[in-house]
Design a protein around this ligand. Structure first.
Ligand code: NAP
Length: 288
C-alpha cells in the first residue's frame, strides 16, 4: 500500500519538540527567540503565508513581529528597515516574504540580511556554507523535504534522486543538501529544468522524485517507475479554486511506494524548519 507522507502530522510533532526547546532556552538562559517578518505589498498568498508562519511561532513560544509595508515602498526604505532589524537584539531571525514588488531588487534585499539572522537560508553566506558542506541555516523548503524523508525512514543514501526544478530556493539547494556527506545525504542527484529535453526519461530512473516547478499535476503516473517515492513541493490554484501540487496525486499514488499530499505535505514542513532555524539563530547569537 502506498504510504502517504503526512507533513501536517510530522510538522505538529516537530513543532512540539521545538516548543519544548524554546521553553528550556527561555527558562535556563532567559533567551526568547524572535522572528521579524517583513511583508511588502498586498499579495494575498503572501499574507496567508506570513500569517501561518506567525501563528506557528506563537504556538512554539517564539516572539514574532510583522512589518507590513505598502507596495510602493522604495528599495532604500526597505534596506533601512533591514538594517534596523539586523541590529535589534530581540530579533533572532528576519524573514522577508517573497516575491517583492517589481522595482525592488530581491537579491539586494536578501544580501542585506545579517548572515546570523538569515533564517530563510537564502543569503550568499548560508548558501556558500551549504555548498562547502558546513551549513548554518538550511533553506526551509529543501530542509523540510529532507526531514519528511528522514523522519519517515526513507533511505536517501545511495538513492538516485531526480529533482524537477532548479530555483535558488528549492531545487538548487535541495540538490546540494541531498548530495552532502552524512545522514540524510549521500544521494546521487539529477536536476532537471525547463530546458531538459526528456524529463520523463530521467524521472523514470529515479528512486525518489521531487517536483518543484509550479505546474499543476505535471508529474504523471507514466513518468515514474513503480515503487518510487514522490515528493510534491508545488502549490498551484486550479481555475475552480482547488489547491493542487505539481504531481497528479491520484494517478501517481497508484504506483508510488510513498507520496506527499498537497496540501498537508511540504507546506507545513517548510514552516516548521523556519521555526527550527529561528531557534538556532537565537542560540548562535547568544554564543557570539
Ligand atoms: P520558480 O522559482 O518559478 O522555479 C521553477 C523551476 O521550475 C525553474 O527552475 C524552471 O526551470 C522549472 N520549470 C518550470 N516549468 C517547467 C517544466 N515544464 N519542466 C521542467 N522544469 C520546469 O519556482 P519555485 O519558487 O522553486 O517554486 C516551485 C513550486 O513550489 C511553486 O508551485 C511554488 O509555489 C512551490 N513552493 C512551495 C513551497 C512550500 O512550502 N511547499 C515553498 C516554495 C515554493 P528554468 O530554471 O529553466 O526556468
Amino acid at each position: 500500500m502506498t504510504q502517504i507522507l503526512d507533513g501536517k502530522l510530522l510538522a505538529q510533532t516537530m513543532q512540539g519538540e521545538i516548543a519544548a526547546q524554546v521553553a528550556e532556552l527561555t527558562e535556563t538562559l532567559g533567551i526568547r527567540p524572535g522572528l521579524a517578518a517583513v511583508l511588502v505589498g498586498d499579495n494575498p498568498a503572501s499574507q496567508v503565508y506570513v500569517r501561518n508562519k506567525r501563528k506557528a511561532c506563537d504556538q512554539a513560544g517564539i516572539q514574532s513581529w510583522l512589518h507590513q509595508l505598502p507596495a510602493d515602498t522604495t528599495q532604500p526604505d526597505l534596506l533601512h528597515l533591514i538594517a534596523q532589524l539586523n541590529t535589534d537584539p530581540q530579533v533572532s531571525g528576519i524573514l522577508v516574504q517573497l516575491p517583492l514588488p517589481i522595482g525592488i531588487d530581491e537579491s539586494a534585499i536578501i544580501d542585506a540580511v545579517a548572515p546570523l539572522k538569515d533564517v530563510d537560508g537564502f543569503g550568499p553566506q548560508s548558501l556558500g556554507l551549504l555548498t562547502a558542506g558546513t551549513p548554518r541555516f538550511l533553506p526551509c523548503t529543501p530542509f523540510g523535504v529532507q526531514q519528511i524523508l528522514v523522519r519517515n525512514n526513507i533511505r536517501v543514501e545511495g538513492q538516485h534522486v531526480v529533482i524537477v526544478g532548479r530555483s535558488n530556493i528549492v531545487g538548487k539547494p535541495l540538490a546540494l543538501l541531498l548530495m552532502q556527506k552524512g545522514e540524510g545525504g549521500n544521494a546521487t542527484v539529477t536536476v532537471c529544468h525547463s530546458k531538459t529535453p526528456d524529463i520523463a526519461a530521467l524521472t523514470k530512473q529515479a528512486d525518489i522524485v521531487v517536483v518543484a516547478i509550479g505546474q499543476a499535476r505535471f508529474l504523471k503516473k507514466d513518468m515514474i517507475r513503480p515503487g518510487a517515492v514522490v515528493v510534491d513541493v508545488g502549490i498551484n490554484r486550479t481555475p475552480d479554486g482547488k489547491l493542487v501540487g505539481d504531481v497528479d496525486f491520484d494517478g501517481v499514488k497508484e504506483i508510488a511506494s510513498a507520496i506527499t499530499p498537497v496540501p498537508g505535505g511540504i507546506g507545513p514542513m517548510t514552516i516548521t524548519m523556519l521555526l527550527h532555524n529561528t531557534l538556532r539563530a537565537a542560540i548562535l547569537q547568544h554564543a557570539v
